[in-house]
Design a protein around this ligand. Structure first.
Ligand SMILES: Cc1cc2nc3c(=O)[nH]c(=O)nc-3n(C[C@H](O)[C@H](O)[C@H](O)COP(=O)(O)O)c2cc1C
Length: 227
């Protein structure tokens, strides 16, 4: 099923969304859509070089993905400001969903010795800032990203009190497009006692060309560059 079909099968209401989801509102701006101010330069890091983990979660090829494009723009900005960035491709690495066995006791190694445990977790544990990026899938995060989030369980306390950013792309541009994901993110931030330092809600960005010429590309870069 291609991206247009996703909207067609959603019924009559989707026709409106389909028409409005062609990036027009992304170009003209939609005051009801959620956005975040770019923090003032240095206000987040206090001038320190931070360790940043960026998690991408789109199965699209890197050069076609809209959410990976935002992740790359952010990374460019963050590196220009002297920060260290580690990127984890949740869609293509060897990952397994938490099976709830509780062998970790929420504070120990996971039974899965996969890329999450061996490559990502050590980087997340030492990171100052975690950046979650996702395409919007049925109004939530992608399954690829949710697998990572659920695996926080094995080190839940040790992952508390970090800084966080979320960046999501979606085809639709209605003002409620990102509502459920935004609420989930807010709840995650609250539970993990994270400090949210940036949000990019790229509605009307169902194709690479749309996100590339949208305001969101610049926003992602600036959030990184201003850390
Ligand atoms: C399985 C699936 C579910 C989707 N669900 C939504 C949705 O709920 N709302 C929406 O606006 N777009 C939805 N889309 C469209 C994508 O969010 C959109 O095309 C996005 O730009 C893809 O990002 P990517 O290229 O980084 O993967 C969906 C696409 C797929 C494949």
């Amino acid at each position: 099923m291609d991206r247009r079909e996703f909207l067609k099968v959603s019924g009559m209401g989707a026709i409106t969304l389909f028409l409005s989801g062609c990036g027009l509102s992304g170009l003209t701006g939609n005051s009801k859509n959620k956005t975040t101010e770019v923090p003032a330069k240095g206000s987040v890091s206090g001038g320190k070089n931070m360790k940043i983990v960026v998690i991408t979660s789109s199965p699209h090829p890197k050069n076609e993905s809209t959410s990976i494009y935002l992740a790359d723009r952010f990374t460019e900005g963050a590196k220009s400001a002297g920060h260290e960035v580690f990127t984890f491709d949740a869609a293509n690495e060897d990952t397994h969903p938490c099976r709830g066995c509780d062998k970790c006791g929420m504070d120990g190694p996971c039974v899965f010795k996969d890329a999450i445990e061996n490559k990502l977790m050590p980087k997340m544990l030492e990171a100052d800032l975690l950046v979650l990026t996702t395409p919007l899938y049925y109004y939530g995060m992608s399954a690829q990203l949710k697998i990572i989030v659920d695996r926080f369980y094995s080190r839940t306390e040790k992952l508390h009190r970090k800084k966080s950013i979320i960046m999501a792309t979606a085809y639709n541009s209605a003002d409620w497009t990102m509502e459920a994901l935004s609420n989930h993110y807010d709840t995650l931030v609250r539970y993990m006692e994270w400090t949210d330092v940036g949000q990019v809600w790229a509605t009307g960005c169902g194709a690479r060309s749309l996100v590339e010429r949208s305001e969101f590309a610049d926003m992602a870069y600036k959030i990184g560059a201003n850390l």
